[in-house]
Design a protein around this ligand. Sequence first.
Ligand SMILES: Cc1cc2ncn([C@H]3O[C@H](COP(=O)(O)O)[C@@H](O)[C@H]3O)c2cc1C
Ligand SMILES: O=C(O)c1cccnc1
Length: 339
Amino acid sequence: MAQAPFSTIEAFRALLSDAPGADEAARAGAAARNGQLTKPPGALGRLEDLAIWYAGWRGDARPQIDAPQVIVFAGNHGVTARGVSAFPAEVTVQMVANFNAGGAAINQLAKAFGATMDVVALELDRPTADFTQGAAMSEAELVAALAAGWVAVDPRADLLVTGEMGIGNTTSAAALAHALFGGAPEDWVGRGTGVDDTGLALKAGVVAEGLAANPGAVGDPLEALRCLGGRELAAMAGAIARARIERIPVILDGFICSTAAATLERAVPGALDHAVAGHVSQEPGHGRVLGALGKAPLLSLGMRLGEGSGAALAIGVLRGAVACHSGMATFAEAGVSDG
Ligand SMILES: Cc1cc2ncn([C@H]3O[C@H](COP(=O)(O)O)[C@@H](O)[C@H]3O)c2cc1C
Ligand SMILES: O=C(O)c1cccnc1
């Protein structure tokens, strides 16, 4: 696999800053086409905006979706030693085996919505450091994880979903969200795999300790990702950044994916213009992150799984939007009076 074109965090940031925007002519062409389709204006609601957004990023006023890619990144977290998950850390590697055998929820959803699926396990035998004791990752480790995400993206894909597996990562994401968006630890913690009230209070305390142990995380989003994130969060950020450069539209998944992605938007405003929110999960912090990003979720199904599952479902919504946009007849073609 090709190497990533950066070896420092600053070089990564510079690539993201220089990324091209959407194709305005394609976007305008799609908007004009939308106005001629055989339906009352606006009758397809957000599907119309989605199709126009997708057309702009693909540079094609009448696009198709042929090659969606789902990538599931897995990482282990030192903070699991603090008892923040309802499940033991070994579940991460066991679930990677399950992904590779085709037995997880995301395998079924990727297949159901016509996406390829790749699994990238990131140094599972070397968990990140416990962020209550200092930074989770060194700069070299952050760059390696960003690069692993970057190179995992197939440049021929026309839609990207990034998912994650990493026991303890709702605590990591909560600490990261707290560093990015402020508020109180309690605003960002949730039950994850199903911790009880005692577990929830423990998570809030661990998040507070994480911020106290990493004062440099506040005010510098990529530093926050290094200090409080995990390898799978950084890899998702790297993949979503690569997609921005390749003009591949992205559907964001749950709390962990959206928070990892938020580091990009906080580092470089506009970095997530190529991304929509696939769903809002049951983690209470997820809706807050999406609100801060100004992204309204496509679905709200009470899911709290991760793996890319909610975003994979939303591939179906986007497929529907693009199928209508590109397949429908215009009033003129169908000989329907346009009022
Ligand atoms: C069997 C199993 C499959 C999963 N698939 C995703 N997650 C989800 O749960 C984890 C986050 O929750 P926490 O922070 O409470 O550990 C992540 O691995 C996430 O992807 C799973 C969790 C389990 C147990
Ligand atoms: O919102 C998520 O992505 C999520 C919630 C609970 C557990 N795993 C993931």
